[in-house]
Design a binder for this molecule. Structure first.
Ligand SMILES: NC(=O)c1ccc[n+]([C@@H]2O[C@H](COP(=O)([O-])OP(=O)(O)OC[C@H]3O[C@@H](n4cnc5c(N)ncnc54)[C@H](O)[C@@H]3O)[C@@H](O)[C@H]2O)c1
Length: 357
């Protein structure tokens, strides 16, 4: 479905919880290219919040009512993960474009169905890979492109949290419920780490191994801690994630053939032999808040370009598809005592990309 540039794009938010309220609405309200004309959430209290924040948006408690009553260009899906796939497929069946919160979906099988449905309907399915739009990772990418630290041979990414987001800290959050979350911290933060690794390394995975554990939320049905190693051709990414830490912190370290880039919260340091380290300090630490409205606002430019320009479609979907495969392999590896599993399947091209349709 091709979209004309001479009017604001009409959208609906599906799932009006924390990320919609704190992460998405501020950007939707200030971007003149988009207008949110409806909100859908089964929870009446959340619809009351929507009435305050978006008084002109119509409100629905079911997605079927939403699609029956509204003419939409896109939906912004921000429900818990287990519902994403079904909602994305319904939107594609209506020939409505999708901006979906991460994780796009929880299984490769459903991801394949989303690919087919989106291709058949010629709609964009774009996943919110917002950490790529954090100024500190953008800067790291520019340093890499300039070749200052050479070829990256090793990447470490760490996310430390004292509890999952939402809830009171006693385990009363859907993130610890496998039926809604579809997994634990690998689904929640692992997905971010996967696309960040793909972004900074610009390479395809070769093999994956992972181990997961329950260290703090031991009676929950999901892991609160994960170690995951992804081998790329000539590079290894080591990912460590936990909700059982005693501090809240994000760090990354990229080791190159000629130097290193160290990221810790709001600080980025580039070290190259025979030169004084170059430090850049950013306004916000990476772990400040959980919803990052400024990163979401920056991502909307790329979403809009995919809507307007079918030739540009596919790279975000391919990234999400790779994250989905990494996620499935990581859980499979964890169930096989950390076995190193090959990432061998070739991904088919995304239909509609490059056709000029
Ligand atoms: N990209 C990021 O940085 C980031 C940050 C936080 C959350 N998220 C993601 O956003 C999504 C939502 O997380 P949250 O923290 O806002 O959760 P939340 O629980 O605060 O909000 C979820 C909302 O979805 C609604 N909902 C449930 N089932 C629904 C359905 N079938 N149709 C419509 N609405 C439905 C709930 O009533 C609730 O209001 C998750 O996928 C999460 O992983 C991403």
């Amino acid at each position: 479905m091709t979209i004309r540039r001479n009017r604001a794009l009409r959208g609906a938010i599906v799932g009006f919880g924390n990320v919609a309220v704190h992460g998405h609405v501020p950007a939707w309200k200030t971007d003149r290219h988009f207008t949110i004309l409806a909100v859908c959430d089964p929870n009446e209290a959340q619809l009351a919040v929507a009435a305050e924040l978006l008084p002109n948006a119509r409100r629905y408690q079911s997605i079927d009512d939403l699609f029956s009553n509204e003419r939409l260009d896109f939906v912004d899906v921000a429900t818990p993960p287990a519902m994403h796939g079904e909602i994305v497929l319904k939107a594609a069946a209506q020939r409505v474009h999708v901006l979906c919160e991460k994780p796009l979906t929880l299984s490769v099988e459903e991801c394949n169905r989303i690919r087919s449905a989106a291709s058949a309907a010629r709609v964009v399915v774009f996943t919110n890979h917002n950490w790529k739009y954090a100024p500190i990772f953008r800067t790291a990418k520019r340093v890499l492109r300039r070749g200052e630290v050479g070829r990256i041979t090793h990447l470490e990414l760490q996310t430390l949290r004292v509890q999952p987001p939402g809830g009171s800290g006693n385990g009363d959050t859907w993130r610890l419920d496998p039926a809604q979350a579809g997994g634990g911290i690998l689904v929640d933060h692992g997905w971010h780490a996967f696309y960040l690794a793909l972004y900074v390394l610009d390479a395809q995975p070769v093999a994956v191994s992972a181990r997961t554990a329950r260290r703090k939320f031991v009676t929950s049905g999901v892991e609160d801690t994960a170690n995951c190693t992804i081998d790329f051709d000539g590079t290894t990414a080591e990912i460590f994630l936990t909700w059982a830490a005693d501090e809240r912190r994000n760090t990354a370290r990229l080791t190159g053939t000629q130097g290193t880039i160290e990221i810790a919260e709001r600080t980025l340091v580039v070290r190259v032999a025979e030169r004084a380290p170059v430090e850049t300090v950013f306004a916000q630490p990476l772990s400040a808040g959980s919803y990052h409205p400024d990163w979401f606002a920056a991502l909307l430019d790329d979403f809009r370009e995919e809507l307007y320009e079918p030739k540009l479609r596919g790279s975000n979907f391919r990234e999400a598809e790779t994250c989905c495969r990494l996620l499935e392999l990581a859980y499979r590896s964890s169930g096989a005592d950390g076995a190193r599993l090959p990432f061998r399947e070739t991904l088919p091209p995304v239909e509609g990309a490059g056709t000029g349709d």
